[in-house]
Design a protein around this ligand. Sequence first.
Ligand code: MLT
Ligand code: MN
Ligand code: ZN
Length: 307
Amino acid sequence: MIVKVLGSAAGGGLPQANCNCRNCADVRAGRPGLSPRTQSSLAVSGDGKQWLLLNASPDIRQQINATLELAPPPGSGMRASPIAAVALTNGDVDHVAGLLSLREGLSFTLYASKRVLEALAANSIFNVLSSRHVTRVALPLEERIAVGGGLAIEAYAVPGKVALYLEDASDGFGTREGDSIGLEISDRVTGAAFHYIPGCAAVDASLAARLHGARLVLFDGTLYTDEEMIAQGLSEKTGQRMGHISMSGAQGAKVGSMAAFATLGVERRIYVHINNSNPVLREGSPERAAVERAGWEIAYDGMEIRL
Ligand code: MLT
Ligand code: MN
Ligand code: ZN
């Protein structure tokens, strides 16, 4: 199984169009130690021919054009694509907006939770993905289903938050089961498997048990500290308010992902969906050193993993 990181950043990317934070300003100026990053997406294949995209980011056109494996195979007809399917982990704009760029008659299967499919169905702009070309399939929770290219997906609910544009005034902003899911992708031929969880508010007992001993987890790396966007004058929201666990933090309700994973025995841990405010993006920073000491890798665009 081949896993490619198409985009390693959170919503906005690095640099973000309207952002003057230190990371965005430095990467824009070409200063060393930071690389540009596109928004949150992976591509996975069992056979190297048919590909499954995990999330469809607003940068999908750039990501496809940067990835030779996703180009129309020469001699395959006037309209062709190795992209056979797309699976979504939530309905956030940075994970669904790219669907609109797949509208040019590309045929694929779209997998998402029932909740996220309902959100797409309620937004008539997604009707550009006509049912003649795109089959929408609800991912059952905690049940492995076969998808194309020799792969299987098992979806499971994770602590999180409903998409920003669907928030209401109720407790938890109207979040319900299925608004945020994790995906275990497995190769039906070799049995190799990994977990992809780009949005997660907490590692609860059920998630910890599920991930225990996993070979590879690509996990929510949005923020280093819960209040970093407030501290940098970028936003009034904490990570918890946005539905994202932080990397750091050792105690109580604010236990971070480094601490939460410390005893899980996960062989390889990679942060994805990294916000441009996050100091780990800067090579040589103390925060980068801390996550590396804790056994984590920082995903980058174009990163390839073979399982
Ligand atoms: C998130 O990851 O919290 C969302 O992408 C935020 C957003 O929709 O802008
Ligand atoms: Mn996001
Ligand atoms: Zn920024």
